[in-house]
Write a protein that binds this ligand. Structure first.
Ligand code: AMP
Ligand code: GLY
Length: 430
């Protein structure tokens, strides 16, 4: 790819399949002169330079940005955003001209605090489940509130709990016991100092992704992910076992409701509340009958949703990021491949509980017509080894999600590592 004169040195923060996908897409841009990923993984090491720095070590990131003359930082995961990496850059004279893709700390509370997110939605009339929040001193009121609800009961730790902070319980006594454990016994540590109890919404989930520069917004393709480890959506929650984009049941009417009732009031709400935001807004939705409700906000892209959304984006991603950082996202026309993308995550046997690492992965050279995004993979002495629970995502395209999945599953047949596991029923509910 010929590099343009105004091309940039870019740093991506993170180390998952999401960041490999960002790196893959960024690397295709003539606007990217040099690409670093911190800490990155084996996938990113093949297309960029990995730097072994933790995503929340802001001082080390500062040194790297100055040493390598980095022009733009793209933040993958939520932790650095919730801890204020964007503000850290803005408050430092040497860093303030560097573009950061990701919201400032105040707006990152949309993901960092469930209570903050619920208050935001109520303030801006954004449809969501009814709720109340409780702290240690009002456990008794929490019990009383639970008694007014019908099962199942939804309890959410207020803060970041690595995707584990939401409990859905069928039994009132169990719900009370869990509430006590969260508030009084600090089941999720600091994250459960407050607990949001909310009404259970019965419907089908989907996610909507929005890009914003704080003033303008663009809607990216919808996606649906599969979070449970077991087929038929059973068993423990994981980081995500597969995803499909677009979501076939989202028609123009539903998308219109999502945009009018949720996306617009969200972007306008950020402005009204003076919460500067540039980057991705990931809106977790549930469709109840024919109406969309917000389950949660995330202030980053999803993983493995990124592995199906970005491959469908025809635009130059760096051009979009540049427009975001210059507050002229309105000048960009988003172009999407009309094909469906599906991804299937290969995981280590035992995940999301105890699993072994260091298993050799074979067959990668035989993969045809699918994209392979690395997550928990490392290269050692010319061998490709597993190094995490979620190992790699296999993304394919098709006219339908069935066709795309068939391609991914055919390629997975050629791959092997000891105790490899994946869900064979991604998209089963569509
Ligand atoms: P969250 O971390 O907020 O996305 O919640 C995790 C999961 O819990 C969601 O993906 C939903 O499957 C489920 N969930 C959360 N809130 C509700 C709710 N109010 N009603 C039904 N299911 C919910
Ligand atoms: N796949 C869900 C997430 O990234 O939060």
């Amino acid at each position: 790819m010929p590099k343009q004169q105004n091309s940039m040195t870019i740093l991506i923060l993170g180390s998952g399949g999401r960041e490999h996908t960002f790196a893959w897409k960024t690397n295709q841009s003539p606007l990217c002169k040099q690409l670093y990923v911190a800490p990155g993984n084996s996938g990113t090491s093949q297309i960029a330079e990995n730097i072994n720095i933790n995503v929340t070590d802001f001082n080390a990131i500062k040194d790297l940005v100055l040493e390598k003359k980095i022009d733009m930082v793209v933040v993958g995961p939520e932790d650095p955003l919730v801890q204020g990496i964007h503000d850290f850059f803005l408050n430092d004279d040497a860093l303030k001209s560097v573009a950061v893709i990701g919201p400032q700390k105040a707006a990152a509370q949309l993901e960092g605090s469930k209570e903050f997110a619920k208050e935001f939605m109520y303030r801006h009339n954004i449809p969501t489940a009814a709720y109340k929040s409780f702290s240690k001193n009002d456990v008794e009121e929490g019990y009383e509130f639970l008694e007014t609800l019908n099962p199942p009961y939804v309890l959410k730790a207020d803060g970041l709990a690595a995707g584990k902070g939401v409990l859905i319980l069928n039994n009132l006594d169990e719900a009370k016991a869990e509430l006590k454990q969260m508030l009084v016994d600090a089941k999720f540590g600091e994250a459960s100092t407050k607990v949001v109890i909310e009404e259970f919404l019965d419907g089908i989930e989907l996610s909507c992704f929005v890009l914003t520069d704080g003033e303008n917004y663009k809607i990216l393709p919808t996606a649906k992910d599969y979070k449970r480890i077991g087929e038929g959506d059973t068993g423990l929650n994981t980081g995500g076992m597969g995803a499909i984009s677009p979501v076939p049941f989202v028609d123009g009417v539903l998308m219109g409701k999502i945009e009018e009732r949720i996306v617009k009031p969200t972007i306008n709400g950020l402005k009204k509340d003076n919460l500067p935001y540039n980057g991705f807004v990931f809106i977790g939705l549930i469709k109840v009958n024919d109406d969309p409700f917000v389950i949660e906000y995330n202030v980053r892209m999803g993983d493995p949703e990124t592995e199906v959304v970005l491959p469908r984006l025809k635009n130059d991603l760096v051009e979009i990021f540049k427009a975001i950082s210059e507050e002229r996202l309105n000048e960009i026309d988003i172009e999407i491949n009309t094909q469906t993308a599906a991804t299937v995550m290969l995981v280590s046997g035992g995940y999301p509980e105890v699993y072994e690492k260091g298993k050799e992965i074979t067959g990668l050279n035989n993969v045809e017509d699918s994209l392979v995004f690395h997550a928990g993979v490392k290269l050692e002495n010319d061998k490709v080894l597993t190094s995490g629970g979620r190992v790699m995502a296999i993304t394919s395209f098709g006219k339908t999600h069935q066709e795309a999945l068939k391609e991914s599953y055919q390629n997975i047949e050629k791959l092997h590592f000891d105790k490899m596991y994946y869900r064979k029923d991604i998209g089963f509910d569509l």
